[in-house]
Design a protein around this ligand. Structure first.
Ligand SMILES: [Zn+2]
Length: 501
């Protein structure tokens, strides 16, 4: 919503510039970019005044000391006449160049880096920002915690919404996506894994270090960019359509976890091929997964092309549901990203519904059976009902309303419009917003447009009202508590970990 305001303001300046003269010139004087991009939940996340197109992140990391040194080059375009700009970052900066001249810089708050270029940059002008830095990421606290995870043999830069601050400077908000090159030098024998494809194999450098290079060819949100370092066993394959599969398993996994993890993650190509038949073509150039050491991650994250998984998902055997969930995010979250964090159910509700569809496909319980069970068993005063999925607030950003009620909303939509219209809505949604950003209002409008139905009452009850929706008689099924579908134990276990409970 606030982003709309920025766009409106930019339009006003443009109109003023082309219209009346003197006043317009005063308005268009170079101004500092704001320390936030306008997110309603996180006002100081991201920054305004520029739009990043590419990050080149070049690092050296030593697991034994957690010491990280690096240079990140940011290619961007000024979206206003810019005298100053902010980056989001917490490590120690030694120098910044903007357009090949030294810039001055200062810290503000817990993650703002305020950069003053030697020359102002005109609206539409190119920005090349080079930041040199170093630090021990695990020693830095911001937003009240340390998102960087140090593991027994390395580290995992995997987190949502916060993670980029601890390893590269950025415009840290999903509404400013960019392509990435991530190149990391680590001690010989250590693996360094990131998103996308490898433009070249690991190359030995001097002094016992090997450089790993990764490239993301499609726009990628900052929080979906990851780095996992440690002792990993790698498996590789090629999908039927010719894209790379690259999986990594921590060597610290006990054998039983390892077997169960492999029996799940090795099915990534199969599961994403099935998802492609439901959602449309897989949006990215590579697929895979990373399973981190026990006791480190505690959740899974849908990192673009290659989700990271806690080993905990596999402690009670294989779990294709978490694979279906994280990879559904490749469409819902990664390709179609939230315009602001308030819209998070567009990620989690859809990825959760993908689990229901996987259950249905595998005869482990239909989506209707899962809906009936959840509807009947959540207590009336549970957060799933007292939180509106379309505006969960920061405290419930990853709560049950966003996951389970989000999925229940989609199921109610499916019942209301029928399977043909429902899956047409889903595929059109994915195609229309591919590699972009979207909002709840855009989704509900599309659903009405494709179905030709007035769905205001349905969405009002399911997305916007903080109380348990009443089922209309045509959609009500049973007042008795139904038996739990076969898939429910796995889905519940998956969600307990995903919700961090
Ligand atoms: Zn998810």
């Amino acid at each position: 919503m606030r982003r709309l305001l920025v766009a409106t303001l930019a339009t006003a300046l443009t109109l003023a510039g082309t219209g009346a003269a003197a006043q317009a010139h005063r308005q268009a004087a170079p101004a500092p970019g704001a320390p936030g991009i306008g997110d309603s939940y996180y006002p100081d996340y991201g920054n305004s005044g520029y739009d990043v197109s590419h990050y080149d992140i070049r690092l050296r990391y030593t697991p034994s000391t957690d010491k990280l040194t690096g240079t990140t080059t940011i290619l961007a375009t000024a979206t206003t006449d810019l005298s100053r700009l902010n980056l989001d970052f917490v490590l120690d900066v030694s120098s910044i160049q903007v357009n090949n001249r030294p810039a001055t810089f200062a810290r503000e708050g817990d993650h703002e880096l305020v950069v003053t270029p030697a020359r102002t940059v005109a609206k539409g002008g190119a920005l090349t920002i080079v930041v040199q830095y170093s630090g021990v990421p695990s020693s830095k606290v911001a937003a009240g915690y340390t998102a960087w995870i140090r593991t027994p043999d390395g580290a995992a830069a995997v987190g949502e919404p916060e993670i980029a601050w601890w390893w590269y400077p950025s415009n840290d908000h999903p509404s400013d996506k960019a392509t990435f090159d991530v190149s990391v030098s680590v001690p010989d024998g250590v693996e360094a894994i990131s998103n996308g494809v490898q433009p070249r194999p690991p190359v030995r450098e001097t002094l016992g270090y090997t450089r790993w290079s990764w490239r993301s060819l499609k726009p990628q949100a900052t929080y979906l960019t990851f780095l996992t370092v440690g002792q990993y066993d790698i498996t590789t394959d090629t999908t039927a359509d010719g894209s790379t599969v690259y999986n990594a398993y921590s060597q610290l996994l006990p054998q039983d976890f390892r077997d169960a993890a492999q029996a799940s993650v090795e099915r990534t190509a199969e599961i994403t091929d099935w998802e492609s038949t439901v959602f449309g073509p897989f949006p990215f150039e590579a697929r895979g997964g990373v399973v981190t050491p026990p006791g480190t991650l505690g959740f899974a994250l849908e990192n673009q092309t290659r989700p990271n998984y806690s080993s905990g998902f596999f402690r009670r055997g294989s779990n294709p549901y978490v694979i279906a969930h994280e990879n559904a995010h490749q469409w819902f979250g990664d390709s179609v990203s939230v315009e602001s964090w308030q819209n998070i159910w567009l990620n989690e509700g859809f990825a959760s519904y993908a689990e229901w569809l996987w259950s249905e496909k595998n005869d482990e319980g239909t989506a209707q059976e899962i809906f009936d069970y959840l509807y009947a068993t959540y207590p009336d005063d549970a957060a799933v009902w007292t939180t509106a999925p379309a505006d969960p607030g920061v405290a419930e950003l990853f709560g049950d309303a966003v996951y389970d009620r989000g999925a229940m909303t989609l199921h109610q939509l499916r019942l209301a419009v029928g399977d043909d219209a429902f899956f047409a809505i889903i595929r059109t949604w994915v195609a229309q917003h591919r590699y972009g950003n979207a909002t709840t209002a855009q989704f509900t409008a599309l659903a009405e447009q494709i179905s030709g139905k007035d769905l205001d009452a349905l969405f009002q009850a399911w997305l916007y009202t903080p109380s348990k929706p009443v089922l209309t008689s045509s959609l009500a099924r049973t007042l008795n508590v139904p038996a739990a579908p076969k898939s429910l134990a796995k889905i519940s276990e998956t969600h307990e970990l995903l919700n961090g409970r």
